[in-house]
Write a protein that binds this ligand. Structure first.
Ligand code: BDR
Ligand code: CA
Length: 324
């Protein structure tokens, strides 16, 4: 079973990614980062979610701000807590006490050649870990991230939130030489959960009830801010290559992160040109393919699979909700 470590900022869709990984993969750890809210809030949410799901998985708190640039949070979409819409249980455990950057390095060293990192928030922890421990790039089997886009952005016309929050950190990933998979908005927006799916979740048990509340809030935010008709299940899409590879198609191409200040900052520049070998001979410094970029997805099948993972979750006895 594939070992994964999710580096996240829960976050409604991060919450689904954690459960989706727990239902199908060997989830060896969760690390947290600022993003959808402050790192203190995303960590508290990760601990509450692990409690709700009954997971015996270590949680490590990470970076509170990007490597460069201004710190901004996604509260306009995810609310004051970072995961508004349902009351989560009070955490029944604490963090490991280790910084997420060191935790990522330690887990990759322990599971050399076997571990896939799944960043579903700003890439700051992973970028810092690559910088701190140069051997990390060899130890990892891969990095499968939710971020970027081949088409329009959500935070600027061309940039997606997770990359836009810390383009310098994302750049470290894309230059690392680690095998990369990128699930960007161009596919994740096709995996949208609608009111009928939310109704299916409600009444399916404490986890399903919680997700019904969370996704009703998330859908409302995305409707109001982006005019969307469904709530995109962005983050679990990063796990599809290891759970349902039949539902997503990738193309391996050169990808570069735009770092310059101005309207393109945070853009994932994907080179989809179909250049002939003869033309390539004449192009100096043409970048090599460094990332499998998701270009197609069976959105309805992904949503159906994820919804059934939630309704079918038979984790341990679930604790009672704690104080607000
Ligand atoms: C990404 O940003 C956050 O709002 C989501 O959790 C997802 O990781 C989508 O752009
Ligand atoms: Ca996220």
């Amino acid at each position: 079973m594939q070992k994964v470590l999710i580096d996240c900022d829960p976050g409604h869709d991060d919450a689904i990614a954690i459960l989706y990984a727990a239902t199908h993969l060997d989830l060896v750890g969760i690390s947290t980062v600022y993003g959808n809210q402050t790192v203190e809030k995303t960590t508290a949410n990760a601990l509450s979610l692990a409690t709700l799901f009954g997971l015996d998985v270590p949680v490590a708190q990470g970076c509170a701000a990007p490597l460069a640039g201004r710190l901004r949070h996604g509260g306009d979409i995810h609310g004051k807590t970072g995961i508004d819409g349902a009351e989560l249980p009070a955490p029944d455990r604490g963090t490991t006490g280790m910084h997420a950057v060191d935790f990522i390095i330690e887990m990759a060293s322990k599971h050399r050649g076997e571990l896939v990192l799944c960043p579903t928030g700003p890439m700051t922890n992973v970028g810092m870990a690559l910088r701190k421990e140069p051997r990390l790039a060899e130890w990892l089997k891969g990095i499968s991230l939710m971020g970027g886009t081949t088409q329009i952005g959500n935070t600027t016309p061309v940039a997606e939130f997770n990359i836009w929050c810390d383009p310098e950190a994302a750049d470290l990933l894309f230059r690392s030489g680690v095998p990369l998979w990128m699930a960007g908005l161009n596919v994740t927006r096709q995996a949208g959960i609608g009111p009928a799916d939310i109704d299916r979740l409600a009444g399916s048990g404490p986890v399903g009830d919680t997700f019904a509340g969370l996704f009703a809030f998330f859908l409302d935010s995305l409707r109001q801010v982006h005019g969307l008709a469904t709530a995109s299940l962005h983050d679990p899409c990063a796990l599809l290559p290891f759970i349902r590879p039949d539902l997503v198609t990738y193309r391996e191409v050169p990808v570069e992160i735009a770092l310059a200040q101005g309207p393109t900052r945070g853009m994932t520049v994907c080179d989809f040109r179909t250049l002939t070998p003869k033309a390539l001979e004449n192009i100096q410094g043409m970048a090599r393919p460094n990332c499998r970029v998701a270009v197609g997805i069976d959105g309805p099948a992904v949503v159906a699979h994820i919804v059934s993972a939630i309704t079918g979750w038979s984790g341990r006895k679930l604790p009672q909700p704690g104080p607000a």
